[in-house]
Design a protein around this ligand. Structure first.
Ligand code: AMP
Length: 287
């Protein structure tokens, strides 16, 4: 496994492989790797000739009062884990390699980024898209793998790739969960045993809405109200949003009458958690 800190070296390596007609999979991460990240790596390894992983805690996507400083950093364990899986290349830039003195160019995010996470975390998607675009340039891969766990992030990255004609395929991958349904997240390690139980409120609320839709409930206002109540009842302390939206545009809906997605961001203690679930409404409307 090759470990590279320099952008030039990373580019030269991947560019060379690309010229050699190799299919290259890219898995961008912020480290503190768990099975969710590793599922992306496994998918890339199954589909590509070469797999490159990046580990970089990107400062520009964190707000001033967010957890950039205390975000878990476990580089040694991450590299060990990737080495065991025979990943080909790991790019681990230091901050000045991506943001040298005088750096000032950013991507203006698309309309889908203005909603939900974008409203709660101003500047977040500007930071995400800027670093993702840079990583796509530095590691000119064939396919990039992202988790549906960050549904809105996946949507805006897809949109950027399309709008900027980027020569890379953006592949979404299913959310990996613990046995009880909790979506794996690097931030779960902030949770005490009691808080972990409360964190299950997101999954319980999503499962409830899925069931309600399957039973024919279509009214989004009613569904959202009960989703929020279920979240509080099961231990969430503050809700940023708990919404049912159009799966493509992420716009609000009045009825679940098309492919939709339920999106939640909520706090347990000081830890902000997000999760989502795709909803399909094939059956009859409200009765
Ligand atoms: P992060 O390190 O949190 O920036 O995540 C890196 C990538 O892993 C992103 O594409 C995430 O959507 C994805 N990811 C994080 N958690 C999960 C999960 N539980 N299941 C699948 N993918 C995930």
């Amino acid at each position: 496994m090759k470990i590279v800190e320099s952008s030039h070296e990373a580019y030269a390596h991947v560019h060379h492989l690309r010229c050699d007609q190799q299919k290259i999979g890219l898995v961008p991460t912020m480290g503190a790797l768990h099975q969710g990240h590793l599922s992306l790596v496994e998918r890339s390894q199954a589909e590509c000739d070469v797999t490159a992983v990046t580990i970089f805690v990107n400062p520009t996507q964190f707000g001033p009062h967010e957890d950039y400083g205390r975000y878990p950093r476990t580089l040694e364990a991450d590299l060990e884990c990737l080495s065991q899986r025979s990943v080909d290349l790991v790019f681990v830039p230091q901050q000045p390699a991506l943001y040298p003195a005088g750096y000032s160019t950013y991507v203006e995010p698309p309309a889908e980024a203005e909603l939900w996470e974008g409203q709660c975390r101003p500047g977040h998607f500007r930071g995400v898209l800027s670093v993702v675009l840079k990583l796509f340039q530095i590691l000119p891969a064939t396919v990039a793998y992202f988790g549906q766990k960050d549904f809105q992030q996946l949507t805006v990255i897809r949109r950027m790739a399309e709008d900027f004609n980027l020569p890379i395929r953006v592949q979404g991958c299913e959310t990996v969960r613990d046995d009880d349904g909790l979506a794996l997240s690097s931030r779960n390690r902030y949770l005490s045993a009691e808080q972990r139980e409360a964190a299950l409120s997101l999954w319980k609320s999503l499962r409830w809405v899925e069931q309600a839709v399957a039973e024919g409930q279509r009214d989004v206002a009613n569904l959202e109200q009960t989703m929020q109540q279920k979240l509080y009842d099961a231990g969430a302390e503050k809700i940023d949003y708990a919404r049912i939206v159009d799966r493509e545009s992420l716009a609000s809906l009045s009825a679940v009458d098309r492919p939709s997605v339920a999106l939640i961001a909520a706090y347990v203690g000081k830890t902000r958690l997000i999760d989502n679930l795709l909803l399909d409404a094939p059956g009859p409307p409200d009765h």
